[in-house]
Design a protein. Structure first.
Lengths: 366, 1098
């Protein structure tokens, strides 16, 4: 009995080496040696790998799944958060060779191949997670190339701090999604399909490129304005804060999620900073300060709003109970609110979907 | 919301004896609750009849009532203690049902009575009442299977006409699925409905469309007073719908649900707990999913901490019971910190980076006549859980944890069991769920039968089958290799799939030691990861570990002298909670004495596998390889060899003793253990020390056994070596029976198949001493040769009934001081001869003035916790210190060993038998133990304590009605007194003509004479026999003493009928005598309740 295993290595910038085997694109025996590189992060969710892989917010990153079995239920066209995989690679302990689920139309391995994304399996992902937890998200490289080549690649790779990745993910042309009662203009900094679907439940969504000006937005006479999630360092998204600041003055209700939250904070003159290893999971407790209740939230962010920098400009509405970082705010003197986490879920719990309802109420009140 | 200050005292209801469907998981949850509530400053009053529990240790509550868990007794406790609140959600179905009965009586949950906290009566009723539950679910828009509620058979037949067959029938207010069944035909339907109506205390059954074959899931939910809800764990059943979840192989987390489906299920679970109205605490919601359409339906919900909660706690590290108790007294999830990370709050959802597999363990071999087919009614007696990084690793670890002679899915002698079957036969077998099905499926895959076909027959999800196929393929790969040629990577790959050294040894025809050596030579050793609730996102403070083969190990060096305590593995009949109690006590005592305690066990139901019971917890199989690995890892990480305790976890660790380095064993050494266990060596020791044994000899084959029996005369007792719970022990009356009994030890016999030392070692054949009184003694001997007698227990049932199945009393009631003296001296002699350091249990049979020794076990026995509760001396705490070098004198000085509490009370232990689960089985007691649990009655006289124990065990001692009496000739004379007693109490007597004649001649009044069942004529409508009377509900109690020999058809039929109609049966004269005496005393002076703390006051 022979086995078709293509050995591969993962090398982190700190020099740690992990042995595994190639999966996804370029994993066959005849593929030329390849190198995938990016900032290595980990996600602790138990399900939702397809949604995570296709989330544009992961542009520039290599995703480690802490859940050992990945691919069990295959992939389904309905579950993609965008048209492609923006992540640079995927690291797993065990890739399912057989998928089983009535919704599935493809296997994860073939899905990765289709999107030309390489992966590495057989990794002690727990050891890797512990390294990232202690040292912070770190550039790294993996693939079937030699260890020295991977080492060089890892050394050269830059993290996501100081990088504007929006250009890679935003739409180049405006388009319309849904046909709901309200007209919402959504800035696409890397918007997820689930957000669009949540908005479409009540709105006709005009999705516009990240660089759209306030005047262009207002020309559409929106009932509401939405600021999407997206990848990279918010401080590098030049232009957006100024546009948002301008839009504050219009009185049009504005709702931001994740990067949208960070950009809104920057528009107010607040600050953001990079978390050691980010929040990537579906189990983060967040307190809604108004109701005192706890929401279990889906999170995916490396950068965070400095709550102190919001003093006098916005009221903090949500706090992360694990590390007390800021999770949401209501802007003082403007009809705007935002959260750091993902109320739309996709993947993750639905506890915070009420925020879309709040957006509707604000539009109704206008 | 902070802690409630309006409540000062709380009555916690326990779950009573261990029964099928309700095991030590409720000791785990109750113990956590008591601890938490006390540390919060509440006055805790505990009611539980089970002396083998940790929770009933007087240290865990302010007032501990070991009293029957019946509404009458709980009412008395409430009257006496006047608690502000009653917590019913941590004591299983028993506590919940008690709460409902007390609520119905207006004693709890209404103004002026204690408040029900955790779940109120309304919520309990909504969840437990099938009809209300279904209505509630439909109201909130959740799908449920089509169904109807019936209270009578005609009602049921009307419903089935509407929804069509097949249907599933579930009685209301039952535990572990009792009385539940599936019906495919009108005949089956009639039978299952009748059974179900009888099983339901309110005669109500739910009849619903069968969704057999659908995928089954469970979600563990917690909710607090602020309406915060979290899911602790998702569980997926490998066995499809149709097998009770307690009898299913289950996996955590769910493996084959996409996030979209999982979130939908999560939303439904929250909606369910909110609608049912469980205000605080843990609940479990079960779902079925159609594998081809994804349709989700809600099956049921438990508004309390359950067996699955215990599993979820152990699987995730999230202490559900502890948190549930805090929520019940007002805290919210965000106010409680996560013990494991210390930094994050409990208001989160655990995420795990490993796979947990749970496999049940059954005891069908002890119940001849049962079909062994699994269904909607739970039949397993225990379970093993394993943790691995992948499903394959976890599955094989779980299989070897079961201790059923298998080392994994295949690749062991057991894999040959199915070779003779054709493919077709094999496929037909896997269509029927049985304990062996998983192995049969493995064999199908080995034969290259496609996953599609296998899935069609067994309904396992193809993903699981493919995982199993990878094990099969790995086995084929390894078979083509030789031990010496395997590369390190290949070794790692095999070990990562959970292959045990023993499997590889079998495959390569090497010894296990050779495989181990070869593996270690390449540096292939397990790494130990931590269970931390968060997939390593935060650093864990709690050293809760499992082994796997990865890059990095996370164990910390022990800073103190360390002791590994080997636990007792999955519960089984004969080895259960009592041994867990012992391990936990040892851990507490040794921790207090400054040792670092390390627990090794694989039973998720237990207190021992709670992460804060010991300094370190290794959730590992109790096999030689896994134990040696932990010893090695501890030695390497700390630089010092740990001591190992093998004497507290029952037979499981004892069997390993000889193969663990002798210098590491704490307490009695392995040679002594072997002398006591090996029947030949044991007899030699007795002879050398002039200790009287019943006449007999040891045999290694059938011929030798026959020779001995011919010499000493029948009846004889056949006792294998290294068994527990009287496994395969039999009283035989002739040569044919003897031969059959001996065949059990063969390869093909049930004991032979379990393998191990019992099959290799000799069998003792000795004279069966009819009418002898059996006596059990627990004692401790220290290194200075001092022997402490812990307790002398006199059995109520005479010899021939396994000690675990018979009632016993402390102090003895019929033994003379001289006999007790002789017994105690013999114990000392044996303890010295065996050089025991620690506990020893010796069993005696007393006939007249002769004292025979039956056997000695130099280990903790099943009775140790009972003795501790009866005498107020913590025997295990003392013994564990002695095992690590302390002398009794030193411990007396330390204050750990006080004198026994003064007398004045009698404690009776009674066994609880699972016959209500096995309708086909004869309930007469014998030498093979079949009880699952025990209760204790404690009062100021033997009769009163005995009667309390009967109530606690669920036996009803009626005050009026017709008692059917049928006695064997030997018992007739003694029966006179019993019958006269019953008559004096106002009960009436029915008997068969023979017994009736004898009784009447001796001055008894027999009101009804019936014919023998064996003479029954089917066509005669006027024919009266006992079975007919029982089935007609005319009999309130049966006293039936089986004949020792010959035909048993009458008695057996009567006992089975009584069992099925839930009429209590007393099968020994001594028990009948004690029961009647108890009833008389009860009439003269009603029972009162008194706490253990009061009994133990010195």
């Amino acid at each position: 009995m022979t086995r078709n295993i293509r050995p591969a290595l993962l090398v982190l910038q700190d020099g740690s080496v992990f042995e595994g085997e190639a999966i996804g694109a370029n994993s066959s025996e005849i593929s030329a040696p390849v190198i995938a590189r990016g900032e290595v992060v980990f996600h602790t969710g138990l399900s939702g790998y397809q949604e995570i892989l296709t989330d544009p917010s992961y542009a520039g990153q290599i995703i480690t799944f802490t859940t050992p079995h990945i691919g069990n239920y295959g992939t389904s066209a309905a579950d993609s958060e965008s048209s492609k995989i923006f992540a640079r690679g995927v690291i797993v302990r065990e890739l399912a060779r057989r998928r089983s689920n009535w919704r599935s139309d493809d296997s994860l391995d073939s899905f990765l191949k289709r999107h030309d994304i390489s992966g590495i399996a057989g990794i002690d992902t727990r050891r890797l997670t512990r390294v990232l937890r202690d040292s912070g998200a770190m550039p790294g490289a993996f693939g079937t190339a030699s260890e020295s080549e991977l080492r060089q690649a890892a050394a050269k790779e830059k993290g996501t701090a100081g990088r504007n990745l929006i250009a890679q993910v935003t739409t180049t042309k405006s388009y319309v999604h849904g046909a709901g009662k309200f007209k919402v203009v959504a800035f696409d900094f890397g918007i997820k399909t689930t957000i669009l679907n949540c908005l479409a439940e009540f709105a006709t969504v005009h999705v516009v490129p990240a660089s759209t000006s306030a005047a262009e937005v207002m020309a559409l006479s929106p009932d509401g304005i939405f600021l999407s999630n997206g990848p990279g360092d918010p401080e590098m998204v030049h232009g957006a804060p100024a546009t948002i600041r301008e839009l504050f003055g219009t009185g049009v209700p504005m709702f931001g999620i994740c990067l949208g939250h960070q950009l809104m904070a920057l528009a107010l003159g607040g600050k953001t900073f990079k978390l050691p290893f980010g929040h990537h999971g579906a189990n983060h407790p967040v307190r809604n300060l108004a109701t005192k209740s706890v929401e279990i939230t889906s999170q995916n962010h490396n950068f965070c709003v400095d709550a102190d920098s919001l003093a006098g400009k916005a009221e903090v509405t949500h706090v992360n109970l694990n590390d007390n970082t800021n999770e949401g705010m209501r802007v003082l003197g403007a009809n705007a609110f935002s959260v750091q986490y993902h109320p739309e879920a996709g993947p993750g719990p639905h506890d915070s979907r009420y925020l879309f309802g709040e957006f509707v109420s604000r539009m109704e009140a206008k | 919301m902070p802690r409630r200050n309006d409540i000062k005292s709380i009555l916690v209801l326990g779950s009573g004896p261990i029964v099928i469907g309700q095991a030590c998981e409720f000791d785990y949850s109750g113990t956590q609750a008591c601890r938490v509530l006390r540390s919060e400053g509440y006055r805790v009053i505990l009611a539980n009849s089970n002396p083998a529990t940790i929770m009933t240790d007087p240290d865990f509550a302010d007032r501990t009532y070991i009293e029957p868990l019946t509404p009458d007794f709980i009412e008395k406790i409430i009257e006496r203690e006047k608690p502000d609140a009653v917590l019913p959600t941590l004591g299983g179905q028993t506590a919940l049902n008690l709460a409902m009965e007390l609520f119905a009586r207006g004693k709890v949950g209404v103004p002026g009575t204690p408040e029900l906290i955790g779940a109120n009566a309304e919520a309990i009723a909504t969840a437990e009442d099938r009809g209300k539950f279904k209505e509630a679910m439909i109201e909130i828009g959740l799908s449920v299977p089509r169904s109807g509620i019936a209270h009578t058979l005609p009602e049921a037949q009307k419903i089935v006409k509407e929804i069509g067959l097949p249907v599933i029938i579930r009685p209301a207010y039952i535990l572990g699925g009792r009385g539940t069944g599936i019906a495919h035909t009108p005949e089956e339907f009639k039978a299952v409905v009748s059974n179900g109506l009888a099983a339901s205390p309110i005669s109500e059954v739910l009849i619903e469309t069968s969704i057999v074959g659908w995928k089954e899931y469970e979600l563990e939910v917690m909710r607090d007073r602020n309406d915060n809800c979290v899911i602790i764990c998702s569980i997926e059943n490998v066995d499809a719908m149709g097998v009770h979840t307690g009898d299913s192989i289950t996996v955590a987390p769910a493996m084959t649900l996409s996030d979209v489906e999982y979130q939908k299920m999560r939303d439904a679970a929250f909606a369910c707990i909110r609608r049912v109205g469980v205000e605080t605490g843990g609940s479990n919601v079960q779902f079925a999913v159609n594998p081809t359409t994804g349709e989700q339906v809600v099956i049921e919900m438990n508004p309390r901490v359950s067996r699955s909660s215990a599993l979820a706690s152990k699987a995730t590290g999230f202490p559900i019971a502890k948190i549930a108790a805090k929520l019940a007294v007002g805290y919210t999830l965000d106010e409680i910190s996560n013990d494991i990370t210390k930094k994050t709050p409990a208001s989160f959802e655990p995420t795990i980076d490993y796979v947990v597999v749970k496999i049940p363990r059954w005891a069908f071999e002890k119940f001849p006549g049962t079909s062994g087919v699994l269904g909607t009614q739970m039949q397993s007696v225990g379970e093993a859980m394993a943790i691995g990084r992948t499903f394959t690793e976890s599955l094989q670890k779980a299989l070897r944890s079961l201790e059923i002679g298998r080392f994994g899915l295949n690749c062991d002698p057991g894999e040959e069991n199915y070779l003779a079957l054709s493919d077709e036969e094999l496929l037909n077998k896997i269509a029927i769920p049985t304990p062996e099905r998983i192995f049969q499926i493995g064999e199908c895959l080995r034969r290259k039968i496609s996953i599609e076909i296998v899935a069609e027959y067994c309904k396992f999800d193809p993903w699981f089958l493919d995982q199993m196929l990878t094990i099969v393929e790995e086995r084929e790969f390894l078979a083509e290799r030789e031990m010496g040629s395997l590369t390190k990577l290949e070794w790692l790959r095999a070990k990562r799939m959970g292959f045990a050294d023993a499997q590889l040894a079998w495959l390569w025809k090497k010894s296990e030691a050779d495989v181990r050596a070869s593996r270690l030579a390449l540096g292939v050793r397990p790494t130990y990861k931590a269970v931390d609730t968060c997939s390593a996102e935060f650093s864990a403070q709690t050293p809760y570990h499992y082994s796997t083969y990865e890059d990095e190990s996370e164990i910390h060096a022990s800073t103190k002298e360390s002791v590994i305590i080997l636990g007792s593995g999955p519960n089984r009949i004969g080895q259960g909670i009592e041994f867990d109690y012992c391990c936990v006590h040892a851990s507490f005592a040794l921790r207090d004495a400054g040792f670092e305690t390390i627990m090794l066990n694989c039973n998720p139901e237990t207190v021992s596998t709670d992460y804060d019971t010991s300094d370190k917890l290794f959730f590992e199989p109790l096999t030689l390889e896994d134990v040696l690995n932990v010893i090695e890892a501890e030695t390497v990480s700390s630089g010092v060899k740990p001591k190992v305790i093998v004497g507290l976890g029952g037979q499981t660790p004892l069997k390993l003793a000889g193969r663990i380095p002798a210098d590491l064993i704490a307490g009695t050494n392995s040679q002594s253990i072997d002398i006591a266990e090996d029947r030949e060596k044991w007899s030699a020791l007795c002879e050398a020390n002039s200790i009287a044994q019943p006449p007999g000899g040891t045999a290694r084959n059938i011929d030798q056994a026959v020779e001995i029996a011919n010499k000493i005369g029948y009846p004889v007792l056949v006792r294998p070596s290294y068994v527990l719970g009287g496994r395969a022990m039999q009283i035989v009356h002739d040569e044919a029976q003897l031969k059959r009994a001996m065949q059990e030890m063969d390869q093909a016999g049930s004991l032979g198949r379990e393998g191990g030392l019992s099959a290799e070692r000799p069998v003792l054949v000795d004279r069966f001493l009819e009418d002898a009184i059996e006596v059990d003694v627990d004692a401790i001997r220290d290194a200075s040769s001092e022997v402490l007698i812990g307790g002398v227990m006199e059995h109520v049932e005479q010899a021939g009934v396994h000690s675990g199945d018979s009632a016993c009393t402390i102090p003895p009631v019929t033994l003379s001081a001289k006999i007790i003296d002789e017994i105690e001296n013999t114990v000392k002699k044996i303890a010295n001869a065996l050089n025991v350091i620690g506990l020893i249990n010796v069993q005696f049979a007393v006939t007249g003035s002769t004292v025979y020794v039956i056997e000695a076990n130099p280990r903790a026995s099943r009775t140790v916790p009972f003795v501790a509760k009866a005498t107020g001396v913590q025997l295990v705490k003392v013994a564990s210190r002695v095992m690590l070098g302390a002398t009794l004198a030193q411990l007396r000085q330390e204050g750990l060993l006080p004198d026994r509490v003064p007398g004045g009370h009698v404690s009776v232990k009674e066994a609880v038998l699972p016959f209500n689960r096995f309708a086909e089985v004869d309930t007469a007691l014998g030498p093979e133990m079949r009880s699952t649990g025990e209760v204790m009655g404690i009062d100021d006289s033997f009769a009163r304590a005995f009667a309390k124990a009967q109530f606690a065990a669920g036996t009803t001692l009626p005050e009026s009605g017709l008692v059917f009496v049928s006695l064997n000739d030997r018992d007739k004379e003694g029966g006179i007194e019993v019958v006269k007693g019953l008559t004096s109490l106002g009960l009436q007597i029915a008997a068969t003509s023979g017994t009736a004649k004898y009784l009447t001649e001796n001055g008894c009044v027999v009101t009804r004479v019936v014919s023998k069942f064996s003479e029954r004529k089917a066509d005669d409508k006027n024919f009266d026999d006992a079975v007919k009377l029982i089935e007609a509900g005319e009999i309130v109690l049966v006293i039936n003493t089986p004949r020792g020999h010959g035909t048993r058809s009458d008695g057996e039929a009567i006992r089975k009928a009584a069992n099925n109609c839930r009429v209590s049966v007393v099968t020994t004269l001594s028990a009948a005598r004690a029961a009647v005496q108890g009833m008389i005393e009860q009439r003269n002076r009603p029972f009162a309740v008194k706490s253990l703390q009061e009994f133990h006051a010195r």
